[in-house]
Design a protein around this ligand. Sequence first.
Ligand SMILES: C[S@@+](CC[C@H](N)C(=O)[O-])C[C@H]1O[C@@H](n2cnc3c(N)ncnc32)[C@H](O)[C@@H]1O
Length: 221
Amino acid sequence: MNPFPAGFDLVTETVHIADLRFAITRPRSAEDLIDEAEYADDERLPYWADLWPSGRVLAAYLAEQDLTGRRILEVGAGLSLPSMVAMARGASPLATDWYPQSLEFARANAHVAGLGELSTMQVDWSSPPEALFDAGSFDLVIGADVAYERRHASQLGALLARVTTVATEVLIADPRRPDASALVQTLGDEGWSHMREERRAAGKPDEQGPVIYLHHFRAPR
Ligand SMILES: C[S@@+](CC[C@H](N)C(=O)[O-])C[C@H]1O[C@@H](n2cnc3c(N)ncnc32)[C@H](O)[C@@H]1O
């Protein structure tokens, strides 16, 4: 039985991450999914339907780690490739996005990959559900290409403060978006430590070029 939501024109792409290989099914065109009413409401655009270079870089980084037993939260997960890799490396991540359809695709892709049941939750950074915080803090919070608008810095800053402890590592992959510096600034102003490394995106880069920043943050003591 086809596990993917009905009503989409689908395409399946094979994605190689280290020794892992996934067949990722997604809508053929994110552009075709643009809903003018949603955009008018909160400038929501269906970026979830693409696999972004930052997501691949973050997934490759996670593939190098032993994540056995680690509690992981992915924000702005879209198709959730990093969460799938985290599952393959022994973790039970919670993948979140504000688009429920993205989470349906993520669960279906994880299932098809034989990874089992991916936990998901619909989370809008501007009004996260209390259920997210009821789950307690996480060992690792990850996000790929999630700081591309000015408003994201304050929204993510507030959310991160509530799901982390000093022991939590926050890892954000960023294709050097101009607005990502606002997130670095916001967290820095609040006393978070920050380390940045550079990685190269494999395959065809997008308009930002092949260099992806991996920002490592830790909350203040
Ligand atoms: C550029 S896409 C990156 C998707 C995925 N992380 C990847 O790398 O392939 C940005 C993601 O953030 C999500 N997003 C944007 N604003 C959000 C918000 N306010 N709350 C939750 N998710 C949001 C989008 O739906 C989308 O999935």
